[in-house]
Design a protein around this ligand. Structure first.
Ligand code: GDD
Length: 324
């Protein structure tokens, strides 16, 4: 059994790789020359890492033709919503072209792989309160260029299943977090700010954006288990919500994090952290996925957030240059 993980050096990719190695699966992962390797440093020897630019069709064809994976976990993407407002074309081109090249290569070389596509709850976008918990049948009303790119990835998966019979399973994952989460995302950003304050690296003020939004958070370690089950037991062509079925306001999530710390911290709103349009409510219904695979999330959110804060507490202090 050989699995290909695109974006293996990223947050979810590194957890996916660890999970697959634990199952005794041979793991191939794509990296780019500018990829930071710190998340997979400790397991790099057990992985087969291939430099591959997914936007380059030749690079992807060579990869698929030579590796012929059984399972493909397509995780590589520009995944931060605000970046997609600053450079919409880059997010849209990157996320769509990478996937198109992957699907085309699998089709052309007739590789009988099962392919998981990391789609997103952001695709649902604007949700009326009576529509929550959101089911897969909910209308998609995307509110950012990132969300548009994920709708395209989602429907490309559907189209390649219908047109060519590719065994694509689409996972619409709600927010997920845990150790190694990139520091721009809200859970990690707040946890890192708290850890930095505790270390005396910054004054006891935490900067925040929109605290009213509500999100449905799942631990990344539950998410990678879901991705595995999606390919083991999910139906090709289907789209599944991966969610916890509960939601937290960002304000309550912040209160939870602060409850783990002894330090007294002032909360200050930073207008630069507000978005042109924010998705106000994401709360998922994961019955369809549970019925297909038996999956339910196992790690309580409180533990996830404590692990995340401890992750940032354990990170080495940045090197400060001495003298002139
Ligand atoms: N990043 C950030 N920083 N968000 C903040 C802050 C802050 O200081 N303060 C409040 N927020 C609010 C955002 O406005 C948003 O409503 C919520 O916190 C979550 O923001 P993010 O963590 O940046 O995630 P996201 O919900 O935009 O998107 C994430 O989840 C999607 C699935 O729903 C990402 O992981 C996407 O890649 C993923 O597809």
């Amino acid at each position: 059994m050989k699995a290909l993980v695109t974006g293996i050096s990223g947050f979810v990719g590194s957890h996916m790789a660890e999970f697959l190695l634990g199952k005794g699966v041979e793991v191939v992962g794509t990296i780019r020359n500018r990829s930071r390797m710190n998340h997979i440093e400790s397991i790099a020897k057990e992985l087969h890492l291939v430099e591959c630019e997914l936007r380059d069709p030749f690079s992807v064809e060579t990869l698929i033709q030579s590796e012929k994976p059984d399972y493909i976990f397509h995780l590589a993407a520009q995944s931060f919503v605000p970046t997609s407002w600053n450079s919409p074309m880059d997010t849209i081109a990157n996320n769509i072209a990478g996937q198109l090249n992957l699907l085309e290569a699998v089709r052309r070389y007739d590789v009988p792989a099962r392919i998981q596509i990391a789609c997103s709850s952001e695709e649902y976008g604007h949700v009326e309160s009576h529509e929550a918990p959101i089911r897969e049948t909910n209308p998609l009303r995307p509110l950012s260029p990132y969300a548009i790119s994920k709708v395209a990835q989602d429907y490309l998966g559907y189209q390649y299943f219908k047109s060519y019979g590719l065994r694509v399973v689409r996972t619409r994952t709600f927010n997920h977090t845990g150790p190694r989460r990139g520091e721009q995302f809200v859970t990690s950003n707040f946890a890192k700010q708290i850890a930095d304050i505790e270390k005396g690296l910054k004054p006891p003020v935490i900067y925040v954006g929109n605290l009213e939004a509500k999100r449905d958070f799942t631990d990344v370690r539950d998410v990678v288990r879901a991705y595995w089950l999606a390919l083991e037991k999910g139906a090709p062509g289907e789209a599944y919500n991966i969610a916890s079925g509960t939601c937290w306001s960002i304000a309550d999530m912040l209160r939870l994090l602060l409850s783990f710390s002894e330090v007294k911290i002032e909360i200050r709103q930073d207008p630069a952290r507000m978005r042109p349009s924010d998705v106000e409510l994401l709360l998922g219904n994961y019955d369809l996925f549970h019925d297909a695979t038996g999956w339910s999330p196992e790690i309580p959110f409180e533990r996830t957030m404590e692990d995340l804060l401890n992750y940032w507490r354990s990170q080495p202090q940045p090197h400060v240059e001495q003298g002139a």
